[in-house]
Design a protein around this ligand. Structure first.
Ligand SMILES: [Zn+2]
Length: 488
């Protein structure tokens, strides 16, 4: 096989340009039959319940260049099994997941057990399952259920189940357990998806990306060697939890696409991860900036005008301050996104102040466009062989951090967890309302206090007037059944 190409029946990945097999930036093309090809390096847009936050699918199609979706299975798991997702009526061969979330036919779908970034779960993982946070609370997702989900839902790419400890750095014994369990999950999944079940007609069309655990030197080398020796023929790619793992990838599986489950907080970090050889990356930063009212404002390679100014330029514009109230310029000069073509900073400032959801829609459109252009610039730069110089110039041209948020974004729930579960956030994590189960019973205070109530009086009066009208629409037996009276 050509060392620069990885081909499985499910997917083809060709490396178009790279200075070295590992630890070097590279340009490639990931092609899945019947789907849009993805040029790499690229970012994988994150979804909430199958939709990119704030943007409807038709707007995604018409006004963005988004060409893949990262979907967490835990978003769809409900109290009753099977969840509605599994009961979606489909034509033969059609993916119930694609139908359920109404994703376009040619949109590559990447399914992972958990959404990204995932919320730490207080229940621990077990030998056969991992703890997940569904809309109805914490649950366990067994390895078998996950493989079944891949078979039934037919995503284009499935990220393998991994025993990841998110709460605190695992000790030596726990790390050994992580390796053993994840190895078993991978072995069983590949066996069920592509192995002897072929004869039973249960094969999967999904390309399998094996999880690469966050491990240290010797242990990581051993883990990756095992992956290479035992599973190479069925692996379509690698899903890495840490950018440092990129340096341990053996040359023999260096041709596989690498999806980095990362949380870079600046474009500089993205460039560093690309320089280590990441092909696909998750970037929660895009949605976080949109929620914060910040319009990204950077270009790669940095334009000469930015470098000539002498001082580092801001990476984004905080649109909350009232200084934008009369500013009719686009979010970013020369930007061709829908938001910048049709609206201006003053309008967005007004929308934010009014807490109007369109603000976050427009910010998402703009920020995804900026990131898309950023990655297009990265690919050009690698192909022209100027990546290192361009990164150096970019780091000098722009601030090292994004501006901080000055206003209050969409409404969130702040959930307190033991601080060991979320050390970086001092014991508090920010969740969207639907990430957590509704409280049972009526005596709990509301999580989201109402922000309006002008119609309450009217509705109370209406209810009173209704209840005083004695017009039962049922007979004596009906009233008895409802507990209103007793028939004598
Ligand atoms: Zn724009």
């Amino acid at each position: 096989m050509d060392p620069e190409t990885s081909t499985t029946p499910e997917m083809n990945f060709s490396i178009l340009g790279s200075a070295a097999p590992v630890l070097a930036p590279r340009v490639g093309k990931l092609a899945i039959p019947g789907r849009q090809a993805i040029s790499t390096p690229h970012f994988v847009p994150l979804t909430t319940r199958g939709a990119v936050s704030h943007i409807a699918h038709d707007v995604v199609r018409k006004e963005t260049a988004i060409n893949s979706l990262f979907i967490g299975l835990e978003d769809f798991i409900e109290k009753k099994h099977p969840a509605p997702l599994y009961k979606t009526p489909v034509a033969p061969g059609e993916s119930p997941l694609r139908r359920f979330i109404c994703a376009p036919d040619d949109m590559p779908m990447i399914l992972a057990p958990r959404r990204f970034p995932s919320i730490p779960c207080p229940p621990t993982n077990t030998e056969t399952s991992v703890a997940i946070l569904t809309s109805v609370g914490f649950r366990q997702l067994t390895a078998h259920q996950y493989v079944e989900a891949i078979q039934k839902l037919q995503p284009d790419i499935a990220i393998g189940l991994a025993d990841i400890v998110t709460a605190k750095p695992p000790g030596t014994r726990r790390r050994e357990k992580m390796v053993d369990r994840t190895h078993a999950f991978t072995r069983d999944a590949l066996e069920q998806l592509y192995g002897s079940s072929v004869a039973e007609g249960k094969t999967s069309k999904a390309a399998y990306f094996a999880p690469v655990l966050p491990l240290e030197n010797a242990q990581q080398l051993l883990y990756l060697e095992d992956l290479e020796n035992e599973f190479r023929e069925h692996l379509s790619g690698l899903a890495l939890y840490e950018s440092t793992s990129l340096s341990f990838i053996p040359e023999n599986i260096g041709h596989l696409p690498r999806l980095l489950l990362s949380e870079p907080v600046t474009p500089h970090e993205i460039l560093r991860e690309v320089s280590l050889g990441a092909d696909l990356m998750t970037i929660p930063l895009i949605g976080a900036c949109s929620d914060a009212g910040i319009a990204l404002d950077f270009v790669f390679p940095a334009p000469a005008s930015t470098q000539e100014r002498g001082e580092p330029q801001p990476l984004g514009i905080d649109l909350w301050p009232s200084k934008h109230a009369k500013d009719t310029s686009p979010f970013k000069k020369g930007c061709e996104c829908y938001a910048c073509r049709h609206h201006h900073r003053a309008y967005l400032n007004h929308l934010l102040a009014a807490k109007e959801m369109t603000a976050w829609v427009l910010l998402q459109l703009h920020n995804h466009h900026i990131m898309d252009q950023f990655f297009a610039g990265i690919r050009d730069s690698i192909q022209q062989g100027t990546f290192d110089e361009d990164v150096y110039a970019f780091n000098r041209a722009y601030d090292s951090e994004l501006p901080s948020q000055s206003g209050e974004g969409p409404r969130f729930v702040f959930l307190s967890l033991p601080s060991y579960l979320c050390p970086s956030n001092k014991g508090t994590i920010r969740l969207r309302g639907h990430y957590i189960a509704p409280r049972q019973g009526t005596n709990h205070p509301k999580r989201m206090q109402k922000v309006y109530g002008r119609l309450d009086d009217l509705s109370e009066k209406f209810n009173e007037s209704q209840s005083s009208v004695a017009t039962p629409d049922t007979d004596a037996e009906g009233l008895e059944r409802h507990g209103f009276a007793e028939k004598v």
